[in-house]
Design a protein around this ligand. Structure first.
Ligand code: CP3
Length: 339
């Protein structure tokens, strides 16, 4: 496959940076909203034909250089026996684990519950053999945030921090259980044809960077290693890791996705030089007038002149209220600019 996204991931210098956006298949797309008028999010995600169709929408409508599988990191908690109700306000867990002293004993792992994901990959690759497809999973800490506390409005997950400090051995048992199933999940996504793999650690900032690195980075490394041994490059998104980015070495991942808080130049100074960068436009920039979007993007040009191992993305997911026209303006600007 010759594609600017795959080439850049594999270390080739290309004439412009590739672009895709986290949460690109979602409410920013009028075509997605049309499908959502007829189907719930859960139906779209769990019906392989529909998931494959939604996966391609941002490639067709925004012109991004890669597709990311339309699914969710919460497939793993479901395959471990947890019950999630996908409401219009987001996922609701009927029994979060934090109330139990020994939650690892409550888990009931059923890997077959993930089969619909592999089927969606098969269909997508059959229909779009030339579009790079990114598979993904949640990193174990982030997945456990939801399993322990539920998808609460308290995004700082105080109960998860409490649980980690009060019951560390049990937390590590849970981490191992999630990691084992996630490794199997990642390997099967690769077997079914994903071309790259992203590990979402959206809550890396929950703990001090050295604590995160000691207790949770090893699990990420195990997942990444399993994928890379199959010849597929890995992108790691440790949101909120800050200066802990110094621990992101080539044994962890091929590229690291930088959040919007961290200046990209600064990230480049801290991260190991052989690890490429992805990111890191502030998602709120896409609410600005187009002139301001262009002016902010201009400032990335000197970065590209020095560093070709860079994939453009946002520093977190596309906001639901983003005007489609602005997202489209961004991807067009990137593709039409003389870098
Ligand atoms: O386009 C893509 O990026 C691919 C699909 C994707 C979704 N979720 C679809 C989705 C991906 C990669 C995810 C990852 C995910 N899911 C993360 C990590 C990234 C991040 O944003 O930090 C997390 C934490 C989740 C868990 C999750 N899923 C929550 C908390 C919610 C509700 C809040 C929200 O944003 O709506 C979801 C729902 C969800 N997952 C939607 C989509 C498109 C919205 C569903 C809808 O259409 O109403």
């Amino acid at each position: 496959m010759t594609n600017i996204f795959i080439d850049t991931l594999n270390g080739k210098a290309c004439s412009r940076p590739p672009v895709w956006l986290m949460r690109q298949a979602g409410r920013v797309l009028p075509s997605y909203m049309q499908m959502r008028a007829e189907h719930s999010f859960h139906e779209l995600m769990s019906t392989p034909e529909l998931a494959a169709k939604v996966t391609f929408l941002p490639v067709a409508d925004l012109g991004v250089d890669a597709a990311i599988l339309f699914s969710d990191i919460l497939t793993i908690p479901v395959a471990m026996g947890m019950n999630i109700d996908w409401t219009e306000k987001g996922p609701v867990f009927s029994s979060p684990l934090y109330t139990s002293d020994k939650p690892s004993q409550l888990l009931d792992v059923q890997p077959d519950k993930l089969n619909f994901v592999y089927r969606a990959i098969d269909i997508f690759k059959e229909q779009h053999p030339d579009t790079p497809l990114i598979g993904f999973c949640g990193a174990p800490l982030t997945t456990l945030c939801y399993m322990l506390q539920g998808a609460s409005t308290q995004a700082s997950f105080p109960r998860v921090k409490h649980f980690f400090y009060a019951n560390r051995e049990e937390m590590m048992r849970l981490t191992d259980a999630v990691t084992s199933l996630t490794i199997e999940y990642a390997k099967r996504q690769v077997e079914h044809g994903v071309d790259a793999f992203q590990i979402f650690e959206s809550h890396a900032g929950l703990l001090p960077a050295d604590v995160y690195t000691e207790f949770f980075l090893p699990a990420v490394k195990r997942i990444g290693k399993a994928v890379r041994e199959m010849g597929i490059p890995v992108i790691f998104f440790p949101k909120g890791l800050g200066t802990g980015l110094k621990s992101i070495t080539p044994d962890i991942c091929n590229f690291v996705s930088i959040d919007w808080q961290m200046p990209l130049d600064e990230a480049r100074r801290i991260v190991h030089p052989e690890v490429g960068l992805q990111g890191n436009i502030d998602p709120h920039l896409l609410l600005a007038p187009k002139n301001d979007i262009a002016a902010t993007m201009e400032r990335y040009k000197p970065f590209f002149a020095e560093h070709r191992n860079w994939i453009i993305n946002l520093g977190h997911g596309v906001l639901a209220e983003t005007p489609f026209e602005n997202a489209k303006f961004l991807t067009n600007w990137i593709k039409e600019t003389n870098w």
